[in-house]
Design a protein around this ligand. Structure first.
Ligand code: AMP
Length: 177
């Protein structure tokens, strides 16, 4: 199925947050009720299997993750930036273009053997998603699929996920540069 209708709802903002970056802004997609609803039902349909639970990555992954969890009738685990969660956490550090970042989840959020689908708005280099996979697998979760609205396909994130044993599902492809 062509998702050009959804692609046309994503706004491109040049030179944000840095010169040379084409920022793919999903806020315009969210503003369109039928478009957002259709995006979520197509993300659900792209999955090979219904997971036990969905994991959303802060912050835009919460939006798509929550809606997808609702669509699938499953729960949602939040993968948050460091020091945001109140309970006991487990975390993973990962490299950014400059420096490092850390994502955390509640240590008791996921049970060993649970099938978890990771969700974010967009995959670029795949660093964020791979950190999420490492975090979930560290808790014993089975992660074999990850869902994104957008893939910046020439940045290689989807291939990195596949190499890690996670099938990337995405609706819209953009050039990364
Ligand atoms: P990466 O870890 O390189 O796959 O980057 C993915 C994360 O960065 C996602 O959470 C995206 O929301 C964000 N991101 C990276 N590049 C862009 C871009 N060009 N436009 C919008 N968001 C982006």
């Amino acid at each position: 199925m062509s998702n050009d209708d959804l692609k046309s709802l994503v706004r491109t903002i040049p030179d944000y947050p840095h010169a040379g970056i084409l920022f793919r802004d999903i806020t315009t997609l969210l503003l369109d009720g039928p478009g957002f609803a259709s995006c979520i039902s197509r993300m659900a349909a792209s999955l090979a299997a219904r997971p036990d639970i969905v994991a959303g990555i802060e912050a835009r992954g919460f939006i798509f993750g929550a809606a997808l969890a609702r669509e699938l009738g499953v729960g949602l685990v939040l993968l948050r930036k460091k020091n945001k969660l109140p309970g006991r956490v487990t975390g993973v550090n990962y490299a950014l273009e400059y420096g490092t970042d850390r994502i955390e989840m509640h240590a008791d959020a996921v049970q060993p053997g649970q099938r978890v689908t990771l969700v974010d708005d967009l995959i670029a280099t795949g660093g964020t998603a791979l950190a999420g996979v490492e975090l979930l697998r560290g808790a014993g979760a089975l992660v074999t699929e990850a869902a994104f609205a957008i893939d910046l396909h020439d940045l290689g994130g989807a291939e990195r996920l596949k190499a890690a044993g996670v099938e990337p599902r995405s609706l819209i492809a953009f050039d990364g540069a």
